[in-house]
Design a protein around this ligand. Sequence first.
Ligand code: NAD
Ligand code: UFG
Length: 339
Amino acid sequence: MTLKKNVLVTGGAGYIGSHTCIELLNSGYGVVVFDNFSNSYPETIRRIEKITGKSVILFRGDIRDQKSLEYSLERFGCSIVLHFAGLKAVSDSILRPLEYYDINVMGTLTLLRAMQAKGVEALVFSSSATVYGEPCTLPLTEDHSLTAINPYGRTKLIIEDMLRDFQASSPLMRIAILRYFNPVGAHESGLIGENPLGVPNNLMPIVAQVAVGLREVVNIWGSDYPTPDGTGIRDYIHVVDLAQGHLRALEVLERSEGLTVNLGTGVGYSVLEVIKAFSVASGRAIPYVLAPRRPGDVAVCFADPSRATTLLKWKAQRDLAAMCADTWRFQQANPKGLS
Ligand code: NAD
Ligand code: UFG
């Protein structure tokens, strides 16, 4: 296989970034991870190398440091950036919004300046279905109105606007905005997966920790939503499918000026359905209690993935059973996570 381009992967040691590094390496790209390990561990890089049998170049740095970014882009000859680095917890963003604006917005601005200084003209950005706010129509298409209902969502929306303005002013710049739905699951090797520091916020890691005995019970936030079983519905997408979507976006970006696409399955599952599927995958009972709604949650959110199918020739392949089985394999192999 001929060696493809070198890609700078900010946040490449994190959950989605690490799975994408595997797909990049397996497709012949050279990978330069740029991460400050504020929410990840160098051990993940070692495991990426073990899975792929290929080396990763690692640069420990902060995306708010333009000089380090410029150095990495130039030193390692990167011509594309995949930008995962950032803070991502909604409740945390309400408690410390300035950190979110600083790292997410200022960090991305600094990255764009570094790319401009070094003439790097292709960027893939991790956006989120959170930019649709409360859905007015379902499934969510990319031209649904955009809004934000918490500081985290506002940072994603500001970044998207900044990217659109930047692209409009720079004819050679090519930007892919990928709006993820709910990433879950883990690499099938069980070596890497979601590795949250502290108490997880998201459903799947909590369910996995209850199944393995680290936590006693899942609190179901709301059982009076207007859904068939009363619990919230989301579009869960396997992280390996998501990672493969990035590869397709990179290939399409080679011959287009930019794109904005949903990466979801188009299928929604309720909280109770997820718990049931995980119980089957793990062979463990998963105790839960019905608790009040969590502020800021919407009842139902799922994607219309047809633009990704048409534009990227990509479609999620893995079902809920695989998402649970792979999460369980990683959780069992690493009951207390990586460190
Ligand atoms: P993650 O926390 O696992 O990974 C983020 C990585 O960025 C970590 O390795 C962390 O150490 C690094 N990082 C954070 N701040 C940094 C900084 N200032 N400089 C350098 N590195 C820094 O998160 P993830 O789940 O992999 O998410 C990746 C991206 O996808 C984020 O931008 C997130 O907002 C977005 N996203 C995630 C989800 C989700 O549910 N996981 C959903 C939609 C969008
Ligand atoms: N839930 C529970 N109990 C928990 C955790 C979650 O019942 O302990 C429920 C939530 O109420 C929701 C569903 O499980 O109905 C999914 O919740 P998550 O926290 O896993 O995910 P969210 O849909 O709230 O948000 C996630 C990311 C956001 C991103 C969004 C995009 O955390 O960053 O997906 O759709 F913006």
